[in-house]
Design a protein around this ligand. Structure first.
Ligand code: FEO
Ligand code: CA
Ligand code: CA
Length: 612
């Protein structure tokens, strides 16, 4: 089942549109080109040499310079480990950057017992998806702060005051910060563009469901905030996309008679939530408050942020649907339309794509966002290695009685009716240099259990605790409604040193040279630490480049244009317990500092491209 496609054919038959990373490079000098209500800046690609055809995709680095002739993955693979400090391949080195509590004003760090006001102007917890907008020495880094446990942030099981809830709310969201490479490495510098976006930051809705009654509360409260910002995307016009994943967990009910509606149940909303306890102090998050009945519908979106304009409100792009969004990989497809690939991370949930209505440049020139008009689809993977994209609109007979705003707000239920394929927890997706989409399916221990969906060709493992990576290629340069697919890796079948190599793939990023970076979040073989691996898309050779610390997840990947600096994140090191690790401080044990989520800066000692 895994090789319908002759692997040798892939490299010789690349898609005719360029790898998106090349497009991005061409736009790196752009200033504030934001569409559809973000900054309102003029559409101009100053100094850019972009043309519709142009740069060849596979044999060039992002800077347009031919890559050196050496093996695609030339470094020494390292063993698994379970230590309190990270390890990295011997050809590489790392340093840490912007841990939790780093002040946005460049004046160091706030103390551990920080206030909610201090948390609102410093780096959050749960460093996750991110992207870097800059040149090889300086630029803006946008980082998601997915979550932090109350034990980690407050030293107690749950908040017991509104101030403690606010601390927790302010550590969630996104940080957009200016960073610079100096003599001692990269650091955050004071800059007027530095900003924090958190659960109480004003936001706006855009697209077909923006004016829907489903997004209005009788309390008439303004739309605020973003939560559980997991993976990410970035656009050819220079903006950042942050994706709201497990938003359901922040809601609960103070009333014992409250019952979840069908729609709430489909998104996993329960009276207890995930234990954040915000609903006990903040009525927005209390499902039993009639004034806030639709507050829940305001989360679960892909949110666009202009990293250059700290005054622009984040925009929730409703055309991309409302699910537990993991990531949003943007690629330029046929006719210059932008295509966004997205996973919904839940057992037996779906893969989505959005195709803009027209040429994205023309849409921006006309004052419209390419992410506001277009078609949303859910994926159906057939057992014969083909697949189709099922349109989620009233023109699909299965949804003819639905309005478009209902489809976009209750997207999971619409995709159920359309007949999408239930997957093993779709996490990140990235477009390869070969024009294929690479998607991690992290695990699904319920697959094939009694009363649960059975295996299928795209999810072939019963009780899939290891996860897999699937890939597909859409017809018609990303915009077609059919595709062919195969399985890139079943994690349980990838071995090194006589043992399984990894489990629970999550973060993924394809570089323009054909490397696939894979990050893990879950139990690793031998209960070792989470890690980052590099695979060759053509040969499937795979090596381990980095291992995190005990109790952490390795997630998020961004690069400078020359790809000689890579940023990755260590999330929840030691789960906040100093007895496990004090990272980024050296390990001194339980009496040492509490470990902190942070960014890791990776460089090759000889200054080469990361992954080589
Ligand atoms: Fe936030 Fe599915 O990981
Ligand atoms: Ca993830
Ligand atoms: Ca995960």
């Amino acid at each position: 089942m895994t090789d319908h496609i002759d692997l040798e054919d892939i490299g010789s038959n690349p898609t005719d549109n360029r790898a998106f990373h090349d497009v991005l490079d061409a736009f790196v000098s752009r200033r504030a080109v934001i569409a559809g209500g973000l900054a309102g800046a003029a559409f101009a690609f100053a100094g850019s040499k972009v043309s519709a055809k142009g740069i060849a995709p596979t044999k060039r680095t992002a800077s347009g310079v031919a890559a050196k002739a050496r093996p695609a993955i030339g470094f020494t693979s390292i063993p698994l480990q379970n230590s309190p400090m990270p390890t990295i391949a011997p050809e590489y080195q790392y340093s840490s950057l912007v841990p939790w509590r780093t002040r946005l004003d460049g004046k160091g760090e706030f103390p551990e017992a920080l206030t909610s006001d201090q948390q609102a102007v410093s780096m959050g917890l749960g460093h996750d998806g991110m992207w870097y907008f800059g040149d090889n020495r300086k630029g803006m880094l946008a980082i998601n702060f997915e979550y932090g446990t109350s034990q980690h942030a407050l030293g107690k099981a749950e908040p017991t005051t509104l101030e403690e809830v606010r601390i927790k709310q302010h550590l969630h969201g996104v940080g957009v910060v200016y960073i610079e490479k100096g003599a001692k490495g990269w650091s955050l510098k004071k800059d007027k563009r530095n900003r924090r976006i958190h659960v109480n930051t004003p936001v706006e809705f855009s697209g077909p469901a923006a004016k829907s009654d489903l997004l209005v509360n009788t309390a008439r409260n303004e739309p605020l905030g973003t939560i559980n910002n997991c993976a990410n995307g970035y656009t050819p016009w220079g903006t950042y996309l942050t994706c709201e994943e497990n938003f359901n967990g922040y809601f609960g009910s103070t009333s014992t008679t409250w019952k979840a509606s069908t729609e709430e149940a489909r998104y996993g909303v329960t009276a207890a939530g995930f234990g954040y306890a915000w609903h006990k102090f903040d009525a927005r998050f209390d499902r039993s408050q009639p004034g806030y009945a639709n507050e829940i519908n305001r989360f679960g979106w892909v949110v666009e942020i202009d990293p250059e304009n700290p005054k622009a409100k984040p925009v929730k792009r409703t055309a991309l649907g409302r699910v537990k969004h993991e990531g949003a990989d943007v690629v330029v497809g046929k006719d210059n339309r932008v295509v966004v690939y997205m996973g919904d991370d839940e057992r037996f949930d779906y893969v989505y794509k959005f195709v803009s209505a027209r040429d994205y440049k023309k849409m921006i020139a006309a004052g419209k966002s390419p992410l506001d008009e277009g078609t949303l689809y859910a994926a159906k993977f057939n057992d014969d290695g083909t697949g189709s994209w099922l349109e989620l609109s009233p023109s699909n007979p299965a949804l003819s009685s639905w309005t478009i705003d209902k489809i976009l707000v209750h997207t999971r239920l619409a995709a159920d009716l359309a007949g999408a394929t239930k997957m093993d927890r779709p996490e990140w997706v990235s477009t390869g240099a070969d024009g294929w989409e690479y998607l991690t399916l992290t695990n699904n221990s319920n697959r094939g259990k009694s009363g649960q969906p059975t295996t299928n060709a795209a999810n072939p493992t019963k009780e899939n605790t290891e996860g897999h990576v699937i890939r597909w290629k859409d017809a018609d340069s990303h915009i077609g409604t059919t595709f062919q697919w195969n399985i890139f890796f079943l994690a349980k079948e990838i071995f090194d040193e006589g043992g399984q190599m990894f489990g629970s793939p999550d973060g993924i990023w394809a570089d323009p040279d054909g490397r696939i970076f894979i990050q893990t979040d879950g139990t690793q073989p031998g209960k070792n630490n989470d890690q980052m691996l590099v695979a060759d898309a053509k040969t499937k050779e795979i090596k381990r480049i980095f291992t995190g610390v005990a109790g952490c997840e390795v997630t998020g990947v961004a690069v400078t244009p020359d790809r000689k600096t890579m940023f990755v994140n260590l999330q929840h090191p030691g789960d906040g317990n100093p007895a496990i690790t004090n990272f980024p401080a050296k390990f001194t044990g339980a009496t040492g500092p509490k470990p902190r989520d942070c960014t890791i800066v990776i460089t090759r000692k000889d200054g080469g491209v990361i992954g080589s």
